[in-house]
Design a protein around this ligand. Structure first.
Ligand code: CP
Length: 322
């Protein structure tokens, strides 16, 4: 992990209007955001909060859900999205993040960035006068977690006290579920091999920001995490940009480590009777999740994917109104 929240000397999540890890919003703001997302889902044309405004969306890495949901979301809010793919900015030829942020701030009203190094989004945010939104870094994926919480709210109503078990690699998705899940009052249980555990500082940050009785528990046993859970969540075993040091690449040891953490029918049966299966996608059926669970009755995966749109529209409304 190259950067963890609070390490950058230039970036303080308590005094910004950016959205890089989820730390930047309060439990009350999160609750209101999810309520607003539900309203926006019921009427997709209800808000024109971005009328006359432009949003730069920078993608250093591939994306289906994030790219489409943000571009459609900006359009539905009455704004204009400027999508910039890898290699299209002078940033790729050595222009500094500081100068890039300063210039984009003069031209657009918000900046979304998908890249590998979390330090880059922090540096852009430190020098940007407009909100910067993390569209995924190696360390955090907070927009995904907003959609996940919206999906759970739709299924179960109240989030406080609900047990969510994440099983698999302790990656960026796990980190964001910890930060935002605890803030929403969830009992977040993360089951990973010891070698692929979440970053300890993320656990500290998530615990400190927990609201409404939220908590974080780490374990190395998937069945223990699943017991009583209302949602079982997993993600790919090799994330974009995973470094060989985390077991990716040609070293097949990673797969062996993760085999006991597959989200399969037996694990679903160990959870609460009304439990749903979650996955941020893209999925690799047969690896981290079975085909039966992904496409089965208990899957809420496709709602999750749609909810990216509604949750992010509510987020953009909040950020440009601050
Ligand atoms: N879940 C997610 O971020 O999907 P994409 O990589 O397709 O954007």
């Amino acid at each position: 992990m190259e950067q963890v929240p609070g390490e950058s000397p230039d970036y303080d999540p308590r005094v910004t209007r950016h959205f890089l890890t989820g730390e930047e919003i309060t439990s009350a703001e999160l609750r209101a955001l999810l309520e607003r997302a539900t309203e926006l889902k019921a009427d997709r044309q209800a808000s024109k909060a971005l009328a006359g405004r432009s949003v730069a969306l920078v993608f250093d890495q591939p994306s289906t859900r994030t790219r489409v949901s943000f571009e459609v979301g900006v359009s539905e809010l009455g704004g204009h999205a400027v999508v910039l793919r890898e290699g299209e900015l002078q940033l790729s030829r050595g222009e500094s993040p500081r100068d890039t942020a300063a210039v984009l701030s003069r031209l657009v009203h918000a900046i979304g960035v998908r890249t590998g190094a979390h330090a880059l989004v922090e540096e852009l945010a430190a020098h940007s006068d407009v909100p910067v939104v993390n569209l995924l870094t190696r360390d955090h994926h907070p927009c995904q977690a907003l959609a996940d919480l919206l999906t759970l709210r739709e299924r179960f109503g109240e989030l406080a006290g609900l047990r969510l078990a994440y099983v698999g690699d302790g990656n960026n998705v796990a980190h964001s579920l910890m930060v935002l899940g605890a803030k929403a009052g969830l009992e977040v249980v993360v089951a990973t091999p010891a070698e692929l555990a979440p970053h300890p500082l993320v656990g500290q940050v998530a615990g400190a920001g927990a609201g409404e009785g939220g908590s974080i528990t780490l374990t190395n046993t998937a069945a223990e995490a699943a017991r009583g859970a209302r949602a079982l969540y997993t993600d790919v075993w090799v994330s974009m940009g995973d470094a060989p040091s985390r077991g990716a690449g040609e070293d097949d040891g990673r797969r062996e480590l993760l085999e006991p953490f597959r989200l399969d029918e037996a694990l679903m049966d160990a959870a609460a009777p009304d439990a749903v299966a979650l996955h941020c996608l893209p999925a690799h059926p047969g690896d981290e999740i079975t085909e039966g669970v992904l496409y089965g009755q208990r899957s809420a995966v496709w709602d999750q994917a749609e909810n990216r749109l509604h949750a992010q529209k509510a987020l953009m409304e909040l950020l440009v109104s601050r």
